[in-house]
Design a protein around this ligand. Structure first.
Ligand SMILES: [Zn+2]
Length: 418
């Protein structure tokens, strides 16, 4: 398979991007290709990397807005999740993939349930994904054995699909839902098979207070005391990390996914300490979190809100400038996941989006990056290529109408299921 994007603007120049297989083979020369995309008037950017989400939660969009985290989880989300079927996860993930494609995301880091069904959806939709079966053992040893077995089975099934762009990962939900023994076991598995570990960390003050009461340590220090933290850990949120924990993350090489919209919507009370994490050279990316706490998966919006919350929380408009937010949203996420994406460059993965700047909110073009971060929404994306395959052209995605209908039906059935 080869694709030529001709006459497209890349880093300020009009050029051609030639893709062979799933990599960018050449930039600057027009070559014969099986598929030719006319890039005239459009700009090529790297696809976004959504570093923390729960895709199938698209089915819960609008369910229980405006509640505090524990009420929301206990009265709305957990009861609904208890009724969730594998088919629901399949359609919820299809819907999430459709939304991500339409807003320029090409890679996502997901944690949820029935992830073999999510993998089936991702395989069909063409995105790149890291899929972790969520582990919640609630300190119950019997439940822990079952959950770990399920996660290993699911990961084996995903690996057996042999789709290079879909990678199974490990998903201990958080320190307050997963026992020490399970965390230790997951560390062993990750060491053995090289999986990434995706978890929530230091999201709320209550998590920190409970951890200090139970262990005498703050969450990141507790994980470090177990030997759990390493460069394969992606920790979502990190709102309540203190300076000693930031040091721990820096020296273990753990990564952090900033999810500003979810944090503000659920009022976690404190913004992720971006400036201190940056100072400590911790690798960071941006995540939307699930659609139930966002309520969309638009990385353009997430870039803007990340900038705003950091400035507002630190009372300093110089914190998290547009260029840094833009880099977190593509290269930062790619580095966190260890993939060769996040930049449109030769030999990089062919994960490219074309945006159309001929719109009122993007005029004038005094500063493109400023426009992407502060003025744009995901609807400026015209074309999406992931892993060398065209997923959207002229904002049209194959099967869109069916996905909208089936996902809406699944959400409705879930709401009425006893
Ligand atoms: Zn989350």
């Amino acid at each position: 398979m080869s694709i030529l994007i001709k006459d497209v603007e890349l880093d300020g120049d009009v050029t051609s991007v030639y893709i062979e297989g799933n990599r960018i083979a050449e930039i600057g020369k027009k070559r014969k290709a099986e598929t030719v995309i006319d890039g005239k008037g459009k700009i090529a950017l790297p696809g976004f990397v959504n570093l923390h989400t729960h895709s199938a939660m698209t089915l819960f969009r609008g369910l229980g807005d405006d509640l505090d985290l524990s009420t929301w989880l206990e009265t709305r989300i957990w009861p609904a999740e208890a009724k969730l079927t594998p088919t629901d996860v399949y359609w919820g993930t299809k819907l999430a993939c459709l939304e991500m494609i339409k807003t320029g995301t090409t890679t996502f880091n997901d944690m949820y349930f029935h992830m073999d069904q999510a993998a089936k959806a991702v395989k069909e939709m063409g995105l790149r994904a890291f899929l972790a079966e969520g582990i919640v053992d609630l300190n119950d040893p019997e439940r822990a054995v079952k959950q770990l077995r399920t996660a290993e089975d699911v990961n084996r099934r995903i690996a057996a699909m042999k789709v290079d762009r879909i990678t199974p990962a490990l998903g201990p939900h958080a320190i307050y839902t997963v026992s020490k023994d399970s965390l230790l076991r997951l560390r062993e598995i990750a060491d053995k098979d090289g999986s990434l570990i995706h978890m929530h960390l230091a999201e709320t003050k209550r998590e920190v207070d409970d951890c200090v009461t139970e262990t005498g340590m703050r969450p990141a220090s507790y994980l470090d005391s177990l030997g759990f933290l390493a460069k394969d850990v992606i920790a979502a949120h990190g709102c309540w990390l203190d300076s000693s924990e930031i040091e721990v993350l820096a020296h273990t090489g753990a990564k952090v996914a900033h999810c500003p919209i979810s944090n503000m919507k659920l009022a976690t009370g404190q913004a992720m300490p971006y400036a201190a994490l940056k100072e400590a050279a911790v690798v960071m990316g941006l995540g939307t979190d699930g659609a139930a706490s966002n309520n969309n998966l638009d990385m353009f919006e997430t870039m803007k809100v990340a900038c705003l919350v950091q400035k507002f929380a630190s009372n300093d408009p110089r914190v998290l400038p547009a260029l840094e937010a833009y880099q977190l949203a593509n290269l930062g996420g790619a580095r966190a996941l260890g993939i060769d994406a996040g930049i449109v460059g030769v030999e990089r993965l062919a994960d490219i989006i074309l945006v159309d700047p001929r719109r009122p909110e993007l005029t004038p073009r005094l500063d493109d990056v400023s426009n992407w971060v502060y003025a744009a929404h995901g609807n400026i994306v015209d074309t999406v290529i992931c892993d060398g395959v065209v997923l959207m052209r002229g904002r049209r995605v194959k099967g869109e109408a069916e996905i909208l209908e089936k996902a809406a039906d699944a959400a409705k059935a879930l709401a009425t299921r006893g």
